[in-house]
Write a protein that binds this ligand. Structure first.
Ligand code: AHR
Length: 513
């Protein structure tokens, strides 16, 4: 029998100590990347409605979704998958819409795909939201030639046949591709390869699939991302990094991708995304904190083969993967998004920030209507999720320099689960302003924060906090403002910052000169 500890509501004090003169690694803005797979209503309906839709759109792409995403300054978007990537044949998604073949999306529910959202539409979407493309090339059912021609179609500036074809499709200027993933989960849905076989493929694709845009040679080059593991064990990483250590001029990669979802009950994911209590909240947060150990294990191996940290660790799929919302197509991975998910997002972003010397890119799964989404849509309606607001609040951390925070997080015990009470990170932005994030994990008690801050002159503090009445509070089309940030008061005196943060909350503050 589970014994529930009866909580008292008295606040606990957390003491933080920050020396703003001690700057650490850059929190790369690419840690705030997103993932938009051709899955369920992630693209179709969520982003793409087509130019003839009654839903306001620009060249077929929803204006409301673009507006919301623009405000997040999304640094990069991974597309077209995921598992879908290794069945995607790019030629089916270019040219006049009426001539594109209908295909089956056999990765996700076997639904008919019109191919209306293809390469040029993705690039248009990137330009509309101001983000960098991260394309995953098909190494499962495709060929090096197909992938190489795709990159040439996108990036050739010289008048090659493929560049002319792109121009004939309305896009004379060569696109820039920020990142290219070489396969996806190649140990599973991407072809169930062994690590050694994958390395052979990796060498070939790395050698022959290139961004040929003259503007992207040298410093601005497209970064190549190799497949890494989706389990804490490190054998795959060992094989790939060992090969990398001995790579020659003919091939290389710049990042190793890992996937780690929060699924505390194992597989298939079964945690509900609505209507749960504090026991589910604590269990999931405990599980999500494993991300730190997961990354450490991979870093130990990477450090051995790459002590200079040239290869980035790229967490290009992560987030809470819950049971599909009852009544929805289970293959569409549609779930609601609660205050719990917002706290979970903050804890993971803080872990990434603390690993910023190696973890330089991450992509939450996924952007719209799939898994831990930023945005949910239904026909013409749109709602921003609690996770969206965390990303908005964390904007100042993009490319800021990490500042270490010394603190005793304390502990909470609930239903047999022990968790830290609070979490915090700090960073200095390009203008020299100090930003502090505090997560109060405790579902019941506020936390009194007392921060001793040196190395910077400040007179006041201002910020926002995100919380809601319950751990399972959500935003809906009918009530979109249940979980939205609100201003928070903080006191500054003699280099000390004091404030009270509410239970189950995410708070971001700046210190003002
Ligand atoms: O994000 C959903 C799926 O999870 C992706 O397609 C796959 O890469 C992973 O297993």
């Amino acid at each position: 029998m589970m014994v529930s500890t009866v909580p008292t509501m008295a606040a606990e004090t957390a003491h933080l100590s920050i020396d703003a003169s001690k700057t650490g690694a850059k929190i790369d803005r690419n840690l705030f990347g997103q993932f938009a797979e051709n899955l369920g209503n992630g693209l179709y309906g969520g982003i793409w409605v087509g130019p003839d839709s009654t839903i306001p759109n620009t060249r077929g792409i929803r204006n409301d979704v673009v507006g919301a995403l623009k405000a997040l300054k999304v640094p990069n978007v991974r597309w077209p998958g995921g598992c879908f990537a290794d069945q995607y044949h790019w030629r089916k998604g270019i040219g006049p819409a009426a001539q594109r073949p209908a295909t089956l999306n056999s990765a996700w529910g076997g639904v008919v795909d019109t191919n209306g959202f293809g390469t040029d539409e993705f690039m248009d979407f990137m330009q509309q939201i101001g983000s960098q493309p991260y394309v995953s090339v098909n190494i499962g059912s495709g060929t090096p030639q197909e992938a190489s021609e795709w990159l040439e179609y996108m990036t050739a500036a010289a008048p090659t046949a493929l560049a002319k074809e792109r121009a004939a499709n309305g896009h004379p200027d060569a696109y820039q591709v920020g990142f290219m993933g070489i396969g996806n989960e190649s140990w599973d849905c991407g072809g169930e390869m062994t690590a050694d076989y994958y390395v052979s493929q990796l060498k070939i694709y790395s050698r022959f699939v290139n961004d040929v845009n003259p503007a992207q040679q040298g410093k601005n080059q497209m970064l190549k991302i190799a497949v890494g593991p989706g389990v804490p064990e490190t054998d795959w990483t060992e094989t790939v990094m060992k090969a990398w250590q001995h790579h020659n001029w003919a091939w290389d990669f710049n990042g190793l991708s890992v996937h780690w979802y929060t699924t505390p009950n194992g597989w298939p994911p079964s945690t509900p995304s609505t209507g749960f209590g504090i026991d589910e909240y604590t269990k999931i947060l405990k599980s999500t904190l494993f991300m730190d150990e997961f990354l450490r294990k991979q870093e130990v191996v990477m450090d051995r083969y790459d002590p200079q940290k040239k290869v980035a660790l790229v967490v290009d799929e992560w987030g809470a993967w819950h049971a599909p919302l009852p009544g929805t197509n289970k293959d569409f991975l549609f779930q609601q998004n609660s205050l719990r998910d917002a706290v979970l997002a903050a804890l993971n972003l803080n872990i990434f920030a603390r690993h910023a010397d190696r973890v330089r890119m991450a992509n939450i799964a996924q952007m719209v209507n799939v898994l831990q989404a930023m945005i949910l849509t239904e026909k013409e309606k749109m709602v921003l999720t609690p996770t969206y607001y965390v990303y908005k609040m964390y904007l100042p951390f993009q490319d800021a320099a990490l500042i270490p925070v010394d603190f005793d997080p304390g502990t909470i015990h609930r239903d047999g689960v022990t968790l830290p009470r609070v979490d915090a990170i700090a960073a200095k932005d390009a203008s020299g302003k100090l930003w502090i994030e505090i997560t109060n994990i405790d579902p019941d008690k506020p936390a009194e924060i007392e921060a001793a801050i040196s190395g910077i002159v400040f007179k006041s503090a201002k910020g926002e906090t995100l919380t809601a009445p319950a751990v399972d509070s959500i935003n809906t089309f009918a009530a979109p403002n249940t979980v939205v940030p609100k201003p928070i008061l903080a006191t500054v005196k003699d280099g000390r910052l004091t404030l009270s943060v509410e239970p189950k909350s995410v708070t971001v503050l700046s210190l003002e000169p």
